[in-house]
Design a protein around this ligand. Structure first.
Ligand SMILES: [Zn+2]
Length: 418
């Protein structure tokens, strides 16, 4: 019985989270439970201070039902986004509204001990800032590489020495007395896309494609991330692509997708264009800044630099053909392209479409909605980490604990539900 009750509470919370104007009446259809069961679950969540019943929604005859929403004062979650060169830590209420955030430049290659200590410092500041926002309920953490979700630890990623198997979840759980979830950034960016983009929210099968240190993809089906065994799904950087030939990859193999189309591979090729003088714009960037970043190549293309443009087209063409394989396998209704490719969107769409037309049946390409991410990658990782925490807190296996923490927060003097 407890299991059914928890599943019902979880379904009600999820429906309210993902549908702005939901009322008790529309909720009954959404969660597929009887009217009296839904009423009981709603009452229970209201009593725990997790949801509010607000202004009246549209009437279909009789008294209009009240809209239900998550209580912004019910407590907050932490979102931690560890990028290769930047760390963002923020707090959000359970409705997903960001309350405050801090960021700092880091180098994740220095290893996890140093980064965890910076996470602890920033998180302490963020927690102190939100002392009046109720209890800290949970935390989500994003890692710029593949993650074993069940273990709460990164998998092998050659660009991040020392991180493989490092107990990120257990280390942070000792700092904060709340549940912590750790996931790859691509999964987090896919989660936040669903919240920020109504078309993505409506897609039954959403494929997200984006880069961190390594190329990664995420699949959301029926509102849930497809995680695969141990939550390891999504890492595609080291799949073999013919265009990579015998080119060496950081993983020690040859012929990987990352060896020709990752952020580091594009930067490597851009640097070569600069050093050989084949790109005058990139040679100028190199002289001025001492480096060539992937975004510099987009800027060079904007200035009409033909070599830079060709490099983008070639890289995106390779990504497009790899993506066509993923589309072929997963048959998404919608594909969202994020990361650096999204930043080069003016040059990226045509090569991707050309690859799709070349590799996929026309019925597939005609039905597929393709969009670039609506979010700036720099803040969306932290947003995604908070969404991960909220989604997991609302999960039927964790909802009993959430009810208890929210109730404890109210006993501590958090404003009661209105
Ligand atoms: Zn590789």
């Amino acid at each position: 019985m407890a299991r059914e009750r928890h599943a019902g509470l979880s379904a009600v919370l999820d429906a309210i989270r993902l549908d702005d104007g939901v009322t008790q009446t529309t909720l009954t259809d959404r969660v597929g439970l009887g009217r009296s069961v839904v009423a009981e679950r709603v009452t229970q969540l209201q009593q725990a201070g997790l949801i509010l019943s607000g202004e009246r929604g549209p009437s279909t005859g009789g008294r209009a039902p009240r809209k239900l929403s998550l209580n912004p004062d019910a407590g907050f979650v932490l979102g931690v986004d560890i990028e290769t060169t930047e760390l963002v830590v923020g707090a959000a209420n359970i409705a997903g509204v960001i309350l405050s955030s801090r960021r700092e430049s880091i180098d994740a290659r220095h290893g996890p001990d140093e980064i965890m200590s910076t996470v602890a410092t920033l998180a302490k500041a963020v927690i102190d800032e939100n002392a009046g926002a109720g209890n800290l309920l949970g935390a989500g953490v994003g890692i710029p590489g593949p993650v074993d979700f069940d273990a709460g630890a990164p998998l092998e990623e050659p660009l991040l020495p020392g991180w493989a198997g490092y107990p990120v979840r257990d280390t942070l759980s000792r700092l904060w007395p709340v549940p912590v979830w750790v996931d790859g950034r691509a999964n987090l960016l896919a989660l936040v896309e669903v919240v920020a983009n109504p078309r993505a929210a409506r897609a039954e099968n959403l494929l997200y494609f984006g880069g961190g240190s390594s190329t990664a993809a995420a699949l959301i089906t029926g509102g849930r991330l497809y995680r695969g065994a141990h939550g390891r799904a999504g890492s595609v950087g080291h799949i073999a692509v013919p265009e990579a030939g015998m080119m060496s990859c950081v993983c020690g193999r040859v012929g990987c997708l990352d060896a020709v189309a990752s952020r580091w591979a594009i930067a490597r090729d851009g640097l070569l264009l600069a050093r050989t003088g084949r790109s005058t714009a990139l040679a100028r960037t190199l002289a001025e800044t001492g480096a060539v970043e992937p975004y510099d190549i987009t800027l060079a293309a904007d200035q009409g630099d033909v070599a830079a443009l060709r490099l983008i087209e070639r890289s995106v063409g390779v990504l497009g053909r790899a993506l066509a394989n993923l589309v072929s396998f997963s048959a998404p209704d919608m594909l969202v392209i994020g990361g650096g490719v999204a930043r080069a969107r003016d040059y990226a769409l045509d090569p991707v479409l050309a690859a799709f037309h070349e590799r996929l049946p026309s019925e597939v390409t005609e039905d597929l909605i393709i969009e670039f991410s609506v979010l700036d990658d720099l803040v969306s990782g932290m947003l995604g980490a908070t969404q991960l925490a909220i989604g997991e807190l609302f999960n039927k296996t964790n909802v009993a604990r959430l009810l208890a923490s929210a109730a404890a927060g109210r006993a501590d003097g958090t404003p009661p539900a209105r």
